[in-house]
Write a protein that binds this ligand. Structure first.
Ligand code: SF4
Length: 450
């Protein structure tokens, strides 16, 4: 949790010597709290105070990075229990589990298909984030060979799964550089696994199915070896245990500032679900509360697309709606006779109406008004989508220059604007379209005469 100016002030020398360029220590503390100056500027700060400030300023949930510079998974550094309190910062990473008992050719086919999978939603490309490779064969050489083969096929981040330090060492030799996640240290192997994490500069997961107390002790022991990037697996697998345990960890980290559990969490929904459908549902629950990485045992577009969409929704800043740029957008190849439709610049609204026009085969001119990223009804209620705004947008973007008619379709939800809009645009005929985007094709078929 970020320190306040007063909390920082307590650690300062309080001599008001002005060497930092500020008139008082308090003024300096306020600037440090605002993150506009660095604490190191105070040359009189004792080493103990500096260490204490650094420790107190550490995020309650450590940021952990898996993978290289080009493709990486960043998880942790969250500050709130609920998205509406502020926002969630680092989206859950979706990783697909491979096993080294599967023939390499089959593994590589899976890797290619999953790595190439991507889907566009509201102007963003959604995709899987990485692969976990499990040493199911219990053979170090087979594990290393599989890791090497996967690494040759993809630059997506890797998680290496083995309890055997010797097998892990062999796999790390093939996976580094690339900063894979070592999974996992437990009460029996943690010292050797921690040494491998230090040597290879990799993040490490700790696991315990013996309660949060043992998990916290293990994380603390590993942290004392100088490892900051730790991921927790509390061993919770089914719906109920996962929900309560992950919530408890998040609360302890954020509300109690309990450092030993202040790390992101990894989950394995396939181990807690009796079917693929239940695995997808459990993964969804864990995205909401509070997994940093979800390892899936199954993959299909039908399963993954809803999860990716849900993640996008949960990790979108509620105070900053996803927006598109206002203007006049061509749907297909519109002609001077093509329809003119008006919408807002909220991404979901824009892509809904654009998609329906395209799917219905209506090449059109889509006039996108700047409503600060709000949807039709919300922006109308907030006074950001009124007749004046629509008229101004139509005039500013010279819509009339592109068409040989003067007909414009407004969303059905703002039918009430028709009269005012007729006054603002006396040369235009205002048509009230359907309330839902899905009906726009049918509406134009019935009503568009040009
Ligand atoms: S340099 Fe340090 S001690 Fe001097 S005024 Fe600034 S904060 Fe205070």
């Amino acid at each position: 949790m970020a320190l306040t100016g007063i909390e920082i002030y307590k650690y300062l020398p309080k001599t008001n010597c002005k060497k930092c360029g500020f008139p008082t220590c308090l003024a300096f503390a306020m600037k440090v709290a605002q993150k506009t100056v660095n604490i190191t500027i105070c040359t009189d700060l004792s080493a103990e105070s500096r260490a204490a400030l650094e420790a107190a300023g550490r995020p309650p949930i450590q940021l952990v990075t898996i993978g290289g510079d080009s493709k990486k998974i960043e998880v942790g550094n969250e500050t709130v229990m609920f998205r509406h309190e502020k926002t969630f910062f680092h989206p859950t990473g979706f990783v697909y589990r491979l096993k080294d008992t599967t023939p390499v050719d089959s593994i590589l086919q899976e890797v290619q298909a999953i790595a190439e999978y991507k889907v566009e939603r509201v102007g963003r490309f959604l995709a899987m984030d990485g692969f976990a490779i499990e040493n199911a064969s219990n053979d170090a050489a087979t594990f290393a060979k599989t890791v090497e083969a996967v690494k040759s096929k993809t630059d997506l981040p890797l998680i290496l799964i083995s309890k055997d330090p010797a097998a892990m060492e062999a796999a790390l030799a093939k996976a580094t550089p690339g900063k894979p996640l070592i999974y996992a240290a437990n009460k029996d192997n943690w010292e050797k696994m921690a040494d491998l994490a230090v040597k290879n500069k990799c993040p490490i997961a700790v696991t315990s199915s013996d309660g949060l107390s043992e998990l916290a002790t293990l994380a603390e022991q590993i942290n004392k070896k100088g490892i900051e990037e730790i991921v927790l697996d509390p061993g919770a697998r089914d719906f109920g245990t996962s929900l309560t345990t992950l919530t408890q960890i998040r609360r302890l980290a954020l509300k109690k500032n309990f450092r030993p559990l202040g790390y992101p969490i990894i989950t394995f929904p396939g181990e807690g679900a009796a079917s693929v459908d239940l695995e997808a549902m459990l993964a969804g629950q864990q995205v909401a509360k509070y997994a940093g990485i979800v390892v899936l045992d199954h993959f299909s577009p039908a399963m993954v697309y809803p999860l990716l969409t849900m993640r996008l929704n949960i990790y979108t800043d509620p105070q900053k709606p996803i927006q598109v740029t206002p203007g006049i957008i061509q749907i297909g190849t519109p002609k001077p006779t093509s329809p003119v439709c008006v919408t807002t610049n909220f991404s979901l609204t824009y892509f809904a109406i654009a998609g329906e026009l395209e799917a219905a085969g209506w090449a059109s001119w889509l006039v996108v008004c700047d409503t600060e990223g709000l949807s039709v009804l919300t922006s109308w209620a907030a006074g950001k989508f009124d007749a004046e705004k629509i008229a101004k947008t139509i005039k500013n973007f010279k819509v009339a220059d592109n068409v040989n008619h003067r007909n414009v379709v407004i969303p059905g939800h703002v039918a009430v604007l028709r009269g005012e809009l007729e006054e603002e645009l006396p040369d235009w005929k205002i048509m009230v379209g359907p309330r839902e985007a899905v009906d726009v094709g049918g509406f134009l078929k019935q009503n568009w005469k040009n």
